[in-house]
Design a protein around this ligand. Sequence first.
Ligand code: ZN
Length: 471
Amino acid sequence: MAAAAVLPVLGSGAAPAVAAPAGAATSAAPGRGCPLVVRGTVLHFLDDPGDPPDPATWELFEDGALVVGADGRIAWTGHARDLPPGLSAGAERVDHRGKLIVPGFVDTHIHAAQVDVIASYGEQLLQWLDTYVFPAEARFDDRAHARALSGFFLDRLLAAGTTTATVFPTVHPTSVNAFFEQAEQRNLRMLCGKVLMDRDPYAPAYLRDASVAQAEWETRELIARWHGRGRLGYSITPRFAPTSTVKLLTMVGRLWNDHPDLWIQTHAAENEDEVALVDELFGGRSYIDVYDRHGLLTKKSLFAHCVHIDDTDRTRLAEAGSAIAFCPTSNLFLGSGLFDLRAAREQKVTVGLGTDVGAGTSYSALVTLNEAYKVTALRGGTLSAQRGFYLATLGGAKALDLDGVIGNFRRGKEADFTVLDFAATPVLARRTEVSESFAERLFALMILGDERAVAATYVMGRRVHERAARG
Ligand SMILES: [Zn+2]
């Protein structure tokens, strides 16, 4: 089995696999210094392929090349035979022929503070939070712990081929600072923001904002420090309705109105008991309506789960330009329910893919797509490999309103990409060998792939992860 290794975060693109010195201080560097030409099979999406998938929505270059400029941005992509000589003169060259180069995966919902509770036994959402999650999150007021776990977490994302995520830390400003520091050191495009939770007793006393005023003050300080710094963006992060007072949700709506360039992320309608609790606490037409009443449905808002919503909710989400994070491994693990991907598409709601670690059971977008396919099948639908890879790349970028800078290989976009190996395991290699079309190979990769299929991960054209040689 292939093991994972993490390269020095700012090493040259062709650096050998050596461990970064512990605690090495690095600073963010926007570019890569000299151009890079990468050979391989290149696939990226220009739009949602739909169902059945429309080939006009993607570009596939089976013997393709990608040119990254010295500034770390995409300079050119196409058939290798058409490579413009002027662009490749003096460039470093990397050969990934036989492997698939796709834009870096985008994870639209995940928790950096739940590293240690992944695979915790036997509970559904509300009990799972009380039993496992809240005690683990309490440890994040410790700076050293927050820093160590944030670094571990980001390295797991890179090893899974994920280069952008929108991330929940904890209620502690320390957790936000630790996360952004680690993301900045790796020059990653990441969204994050202090978790807001003030409602007694659903937010436990040891993990509760002392007051809405203090929560707002801390949030404003963090926004001033981190939002727009390098590749980082701030997301206002009320945990979910049950841990929020009306006063807190009102503050979030006001804050976003003051700063409409910020993001908003939260959870919605994940589990039936939770939906009933929200009805008891807030009343109104629906769970989504609670957020709507407080001005939280915006074009920069992302709602994780939305398993138990109706057509009116979907219409409102679509009208507002808000997005849903579809988190199949989490929804299955906690027994929350089956997300209706087809209904979301029919009602034109933007959907991205979320791993939702630690309720989710894998950091891998490929594993998540495998489960997404099964959840969609249980709802009577299908999920093609093309649409799956779209959701994990450009679809995620659109859900985060980041498709102007990442998500595909259009010229000028930031060169975050992932190299996938069709022969990563004997089963995948064999299945690939007997496949009769690229679509068939891509589907096998989506269903059988995991971190072992990630041969390398690049950020702004620099290689930041390489799978270790098999031993
Ligand atoms: Zn979550």
